[in-house]
Design a protein around this ligand. Structure first.
Ligand code: NAD
Ligand code: MN
Length: 353
């Protein structure tokens, strides 16, 4: 029996609701199998904890987390804590502390889901986001605070090593997909240092992957191409900021932010990787029990795949598709189902398979 130790960090708001739902689904899947089981450990690292103790991650927390096989994360963000504090103290502390430099974000329209975009059924993308440096390197400062002449800088850091490893990762991923296409997205017309380096390293790495078809797009043009010609894109590689924005667009085009999953990977497996739905804590619907859990389910499927449980991952993905196809949908997709309705339905479907 394979045992997977998973650290669970539900975080804030609807993170608590969808991660609880996802855990139930994972338990149901493991009960159906004699091959593997989960050992979950819950961590209360949240804005609530920060308000009570002054910290998101307690002393020695990251060392403790580093012993797990994977991390299942909800969302962090509270109206009582500035977003830049919650993001940096919890989510980015983990991503950067564990060098999870490859952020993988698949997007496609699941059966039964209505997209507002005509032709959206042609969306089948994986966005690869550089997750360790760039615009979110945390480098900058403020001078003359409060003065009319106040200045704030936000300096993006791009290293050849950081760029090369994310490009290599994206090329390998593209190579494993049927269409084998990779689009480089930068803004190297206006940003002539770090972005030009991104372009140069991309074309150097491309020489090692002759079977991958490549093209490039400036980030502004990339948004229009995603909307107008979705079928022309496959894998997209972009910087931390650009891919952050493109992947929210991708999620909305494929139906709802509530559906999209992501994996923060340390491909070398020196540290655990972290899996989370891409949405945030959603103040507007938190506590109502109506959050769409599908993003957390799809995230769980990505985690299973990473843990080597490909069969279970495929079974879960098929169950998710039967769920969305059944029309049992939450409010964000135009339905009236609650988080619990969706969770109960998918669990009983898995039990019956
Ligand atoms: P959000 O993703 O929380 O919500 C955006 C909109 O999408 C809201 O209208 C929300 O109701 C809806 N939505 C999101 N997930 C949904 C789901 N599963 N089901 C149904 N509807 C859903 O983004 P926001 O409003 O920009 O941010 C709220 C807070 O979350 C902020 O504090 C922000 O910093 C934080 N945040 C955290 C993460 C993260 O932890 N990875 C990501 C994004 C935002
Ligand atoms: Mn984002």
């Amino acid at each position: 029996m394979r045992n997977h130790r998973v650290a669970v960090i539900p975080g804030d708001g609807i993170g608590l609701e969808v991660i609880e739902a996802g855990k139930q689904v994972l338990e149901t899947l493991s009960q159906k199998s004699d091959d593997f089981q989960f050992e979950f450990e819950d961590f209360d690292w949240s804005s609530q904890r920060y308000l009570e103790t002054g910290e998101y991650i307690p002393e020695g927390g990251l060392e403790k987390l580093s012993t797990f096989d994977a991390i299942y994360f909800g969302a962090v963000g509270s109206q009582e804590v500035p977003d830049h504090v919650s993001l940096w103290e919890l989510r980015l502390a983990i991503c950067q502390g564990f060098d999870q430099y490859a952020n993988v974000r698949p997007a496609r329209v699941l059966p039964g889901v209505n997209s507002r975009l005509k032709g959206a059924e042609k969306i089948d993308w994986v966005i690869v986001r550089e997750n360790s440096e760039g615009e979110y390197a945390g480098n900058g400062g403020r001078a003359h605070r409060g003065h009319p002449e106040e200045v704030g800088t936000e300096v993006a850091i791009f290293t050849r090593k950081g760029i090369e490893r994310i490009h290599r990762f994206a090329f390998k991923l593209a190579q494993d997909r049927p269409r084998k296409k990779l689009t480089l997205v930068t803004k190297s017309n206006a940003q002539r240092y770090g972005m030009v380096l991104w372009d140069e390293v991309f074309f150097e790495v491309a020489k090692d992957f002759p079977d991958v078809t490549i093209d490039r797009e400036l980030v502004d043009a990339a948004t229009t191409r995603m909307v107008l010609k979705p079928e022309t894109m496959d894998v997209i590689v972009a910087t931390n900021l650009h891919a952050d924005i493109l992947s929210d667009l991708a999620a909305a085009l494929s139906g709802s932010l509530g559906i999209a999953p992501t994996a923060n990977l340390n491909p070398e497996r020196a540290y655990p990787s972290m899996f989370e739905p891409i949405h945030g804590s959603a103040f507007d619907i938190a506590g109502q029990g109506i959050a769409n859990p599908v993003g957390a389910f799809w995230t769980a499927a990505m985690m299973l795949e990473h843990l080597g449980e490909s069969t279970a991952a495929e079974r879960l993905m098929a169950a998710i598709e039967r769920l969305t196809a059944s029309g049992l949908q939450t409010k964000d997709l135009g339905g009236t189902a609650t988080t619990q309705d969706a969770t109960r339905a998918i669990c009983s479907d898995i039990e019956q398979q």
